[in-house]
Design a protein around this ligand. Structure first.
Ligand SMILES: Nc1ncnc2c1ncn2[C@@H]1O[C@H](COP(=O)(O)OP(=O)(O)OP(=O)(O)O)[C@@H](O)[C@H]1O
Ligand code: SF4
Ligand SMILES: [Mg+2]
Length: 427
């Protein structure tokens, strides 16, 4: 890994604001025949002790690469810049021997495939006991007893029998729970879980998420939970960071992200979630189009080709992440103020009753420059659908959802963040 970063060998000291993990302006680029792959283009976040940060985005948005950079696990071809501080100590550029000591012990990583972490030739009990013995000066008997406890905490049935089995005798969900138990045994300060439930069916997902909650409760660790599904982080995270084309496009407390999203991509992700409101028969609304290639990105907002709210300025200038609802909630969108209107959740609606060509509150806001009055007449081509380029096929409509009670919050009828993302049951 080639890298450019400041003062790599800083002493261990308090991080800004006492964050356990501080990531600043992280960029990762891979060389390729087609040109540099800009996998991560400026990721910054602080993870506070005990906090759960959800990182959400579609495939290829840079979720894994940014986390692998934190762990120092990128291939040598990767060019990394920026800063990653664990308890104030710069990790980027740390010699491999020192980084190995940080990995597993201070920062544990849980991958989508549990067999990445488990050794197929050793019994589960042996692997757990090894982790316990690595961190505690106890006898083998005590380590085995603790291993049994850990298996119980993560919900493995009959742990006294299971402890003497091999990984292949466990189901995928149970293996993932064993990996979580091993992470607990290491007593880490930070757990990074990269799509830990993606390969599992919905019921098993809920069990693994429950095991993660137990691990976090037991260790008090802070956690980065990576997923492509906003529903998975709903009952789990304190804050959410939404990534698109290698960049954070919205970050904020979970309530703000779910109930007051200020970036159309976040709105689109929310629109793809199942709705709890049984009164409506409205179908899920996927975001039209696909994410861009991060090789030779054109100027402007990378989301513009898929965005019903795009205007000229979006095609010229990539928006910066700026505070939208207090300093804690930030979004990267020239038109984030338009999403404050009631009906903002419907920017991707395919509801045939939604009035095409009309924005929230029946007004047309498209094509305006930032700061332009929403009441000003739009610059729209005759016959052009909202957000549509001349000659481009429409991908969606805007309009206020008919039947939404006045005063109801955008997204209020969506998933409740306090509810189990799998079952919808209250926590
Ligand atoms: N070793 C590599 N060499 C070149 N490009 C890479 C490498 N690893 C990842 N990339 C590219 O970096 C970008 C970000 O990939 P990353 O794996 O972080 O996406 P992701 O958000 O984790 O997606 P997914 O949800 O599919 O896991 C993608 O365009 C990917 O093709
Ligand atoms: S309105 Fe413009 S800046 Fe905002 S997401 Fe759409 S294209 Fe990007
Ligand atoms: Mg990934």
């Amino acid at each position: 890994m080639s890298a450019e970063y400041p003062d790599a060998a800083l002493p261990d000291s308090a991080s800004p604001g006492s964050a356990v993990l501080s990531v600043r302006d992280l960029t990762v680029t891979f060389p390729s025949d087609a040109g540099p792959v800009q996998a991560v283009r400026g990721v910054s976040y602080d993870l506070m002790p005990g906090e759960v940060l959800g990182i959400v985005g579609e495939s290829g948005s840079g979720k894994s690469v940014s986390s692998m950079a934190v762990m120092g696990l990128l291939p040598k071809t990767a060019r990394t810049t920026g800063s990653v501080r664990f308890r104030g100590r710069e990790l980027l550029g740390l010699p491999e021997k020192e980084m190995t000591a940080v990995r597993g012990k201070r920062i544990a990583m849980i991958f989508q495939d549990p067999m990445t972490s488990l050794n197929p030739v050793y019994k589960i009990g042996w692997q757990l006991s090894e982790a316990v013995l690595a961190h505690h000066d106890v006898s083998k008997e005590v380590a085995r007893k603790r291993s049994l406890e850990l298996l119980e905490i993560v919900g493995i049935p009959s742990p006294d029998k299971r402890i003497d089995q091999y990984p292949h005798e466990f189901s995928g969900g149970m293996r993932q729970r064993v990996v979580i138990a091993i992470a607990m045994a290491n007593d880490p300060d930070v757990i990074i879980a990269d799509e830990p439930t993606t390969a599992l069916d919905v019921t098993v997902q809920a069990q693994v998420l429950e095991a993660l909650r137990a691990a976090q409760h037991e260790t008090g660790a802070a956690m980065v939970l990576i997923t492509h599904d906003l529903g998975v982080v709903a009952g789990q995270a304190d804050r959410v960071l939404v990534m698109y084309a290698g960049k954070p496009v919205e970050i904020g407390p979970i309530d703000g992200i779910y109930y007051q999203p200020r970036m159309p991509y976040t709105v689109g992700l929310l629109g793809s979630l199942p709705r709890l409101d049984q009164r409506t028969q409205e179908k899920l609304t996927p975001i039209p189009g696909t994410p861009p290639s991060v090789v030779n990105l054109p100027p402007g907002c990378p989301f513009a080709p898929r965005c019903p709210l795009k205007s000229d300025v979006c095609l010229r200038t990539e928006p910066s992440l700026l505070p939208v609802l207090g300093a804690e909630h930030q979004a990267a969108c020239h038109h984030s103020d338009l999403l404050a209107y009631e009906g903002a959740m419907d920017v991707f609606s395919t509801d045939p009753n939604a009035a095409p060509g009309q924005g929230p509150q029946g007004e047309q806001h498209l094509g305006e420059e930032p700061g332009q009055s929403p009441d000003r007449a739009p610059r729209q081509e005759p016959g052009q659908a909202p957000g549509q380029e001349p000659g481009q096929e429409t991908g969606g409509t805007t309009g206020q959802e008919p039947g939404r009670p006045p005063g109801q919050h955008p997204g209020q009828d969506r998933r409740d963040p306090g509810q189990d993302p799998q079952s919808g049951a209250a926590q």
